[in-house]
Write a protein that binds this ligand. Structure first.
Ligand code: ATP
Length: 242
């Protein structure tokens, strides 16, 4: 569904990404992990159209989108959430989703109904009238997901959706992501919470110093000596002991 081929990005003398190729399949959750500064955010920005690569291509559903801007990509079915929450704090939860539905061209009562359905979908029906900036982080992240779903994405890009969540909230978001993938959505998950990454992802790409050093199943990634060395050693063995 989403294909990145040989992407290179340089900031002055720093090569943030070097010949990076990854793919994200429909109906699955794909992980993108790597140490701080590895280039995950830069790759995310290339995929969503905020950063133009020096070389390489991005394709969505087989259509090249490398030169298209973020809005065009959103219209073509690319949804995203942000590491720092991007909800409208002064609006109610329902109105936050309604704005996203209206952006997509929805109008009137049917737009309101759709917004209510999306809120119910992420289990937030009971806080529809609550102002977004008083929602706890877990609910605010679910609200962001509802907003992303309003653009009817084929691919959903998630930047650290588990950051700041407690175990219960993480489990809830994890279950929802599994459901969405089960319905055919392609999900790319950038995340530092290795337990969630290993539990949810069918496939994982590992970035280190701007290059993909491994791609494979969670078991393959855990067993990869290069990944252990670059990043995971302590985390994976700690996870294995618990
Ligand atoms: P983190 O996990 O900390 O968010 P990351 O994997 O997302 O890190 P990036 O933020 O993509 O990594 O950064 C990759 C490299 O590119 C780093 O060396 C960073 O300092 C550099 N970099 C990123 N954006 C810019 C920019 N706008 N100008 C100059 N250098 C940048």
């Amino acid at each position: 569904m989403l294909q990145v081929d040989d992407v290179t990005v340089a900031f002055g003398g720093i090569r943030a990404l070097v010949d990076v190729s990854i793919d994200v399949e429909a109906g699955r959750i794909t992980g993108l992990i790597g140490p701080n500064g590895a280039g995950k955010t830069t790759l995310f920005n290339v995929i969503t159209g905020l950063q133009r690569p020096r070389n390489g291509q991005v394709a969505l559903g087989g259509v090249r989108i490398t030169t298209k801007g973020p809005r065009a990509r959103a219209r073509m079915g690319m949804g995203r959430t942000f590491q720092r929450l991007e909800v409208f704090g002064s609006l109610s939860a329902l109105d936050n989703v309604l704005v996203a539905v209206e952006n997509r061209g929805g109008l009137g009562r049917s737009a309101r109904q759709k917004a209510a359905d999306l809120l119910a979908r992420v289990d937030l029906g009971h806080v529809a009238r609550v102002q977004a900036d008083v929602l706890p982080t877990g609910q605010a992240r679910l609200l962001e997901l509802a907003r992303a779903l309003a653009c009817e994405p084929k691919v959903l890009l998630l930047d650290e959706p588990f950051s700041g969540l407690d175990a219960n909230e993480s489990a809830r978001v994890g279950d929802l992501l599994e459901q969405l993938a089960g319905e055919g959505l392609a999900i790319l998950l950038v995340e530092h919470d290795m337990e969630m990454v290993m539990r949810l992802c069918a496939r994982i790409h590992v970035l280190s110093f701007g290059s993909v050093i491994a791609s494979g199943s969670p078991d393959q990634i855990k067993a990869d000596p290069g990944v252990q060395e670059a990043y995971l050693g302590a985390v994976v063995s700690a996870g294995a002991e618990t």
